[in-house]
Design a protein around this ligand. Sequence first.
Ligand code: NAD
Ligand code: IPM
Ligand code: MN
Length: 366
Amino acid sequence: MNKHIVLLPGDGIGKEIMESAKQVLDAVAGEYGHRFTLQEHAIGGSAIDQYDTPLPEATIAASQEADAILLGAVGGEKWDAMPSEKRPEKGLLGIRKALGLFANLRPVKGFPSLLHASPLKEHIIDGSDILIIRELTGGLYFGRPSERRDNGREVVDTLHYRRDEMERIIDKAFQSARLRHNHLTSVDKANVLESSRMWREIVNEKSHEYPDVTVDHMLVDAAAMKLITQPNQFDVMVTENMFGDILSDEASVLTGSLGMLPSASVRSDGIGLYEPVHGSAPDIAGKGLANPLGMILSVALMLRHSFRMETEAAAVERAVRECLDQGYVTSDLNISAGEMVGTEQMTAAVVENLTVKSVSDSICSM
Ligand code: NAD
Ligand code: IPM
Ligand code: MN
């Protein structure tokens, strides 16, 4: 198959892990006879430096034409004092909005060899397998007004949702639950927020359309606690934009590191932007230390969801698991045993497993 992929490396470790993604795509193309054309565009702080905007028109236009988009990460201290419209993060929010990517899927499933990399007790996290579905183009992130007033003595951010914005993400969550274990936990703050009360009403209404899915409602503060004390009780979690942002970083602790989590930001027609959950990690940027696995697992999500290449996606995930089984770890994974490697070596190990495995696959199938 021929696929056209737009790459948005962004800032900090975003650029480093994008190199890993390219190598993995190269290996997949070689092993399975695909052709991936890769086209890089600017976003975030590096776009501000080059084009004076975090989201150049050319980046949006190219992304609209692509079969899928891969994004590294944006942000860094250099741009932290910029006015809000010129922050790197606005580039990321802008591309999600421009492409209508309202559903952010964040699977949280640890690898067996990393069970002891988590600070949580093994018996608590063992078997946990959660899909967090985060609404991505509404809520506090996009509310108007969002401004300082009264000479800086007052500030307002607006939490705004339209009913249809809630309905489509909640539908997506029910549909995803059907593909998994038919259990949906809706997370809100309905004891305080009107928006959450409407959210809960919609979940209850929709539950009649999906009688085979068991639904729980949970307040977000309790959900934050249950996520790390009883993670096994969750299957699919669905929540609004900011709650989902916070809960997914917290959930990464189940897997051993934020650097492990991939994500897919999609809309109804399957077009998607794939990005690791973590940020540009200014504290380790430029040192070659970044864990590339969240990014590599995002490539797997792209292969599966945008290109329907299930075999290839599974092969990438298997190659990652094998690297970890072989004892390769990056410094964010708190494991004393094993071989501590940097971004490049971890990537090379994934590529090695990917190519060795597919050679033995083809020998077996002869
Ligand atoms: P961060 O996710 O960049 O880093 C948090 C911590 O996790 C740091 O200690 C970092 O070193 C570590 N970490 C993250 N990813 C890692 C990886 N792959 N390998 C090893 N360690 C990793 O969050 P932050 O420090 O709060 O934010 C830094 C910048 O990133 C900010 O400008 C923020 O806005 C931005 N950010 C961007 C995205 C994105 O582009 N998707 C996501 C989150 C934060
Ligand atoms: C994420 C990030 C972004 C978000 C920031 C950088 C705008 O934290 O993708 O999780 O909050 O959505
Ligand atoms: Mn986040």
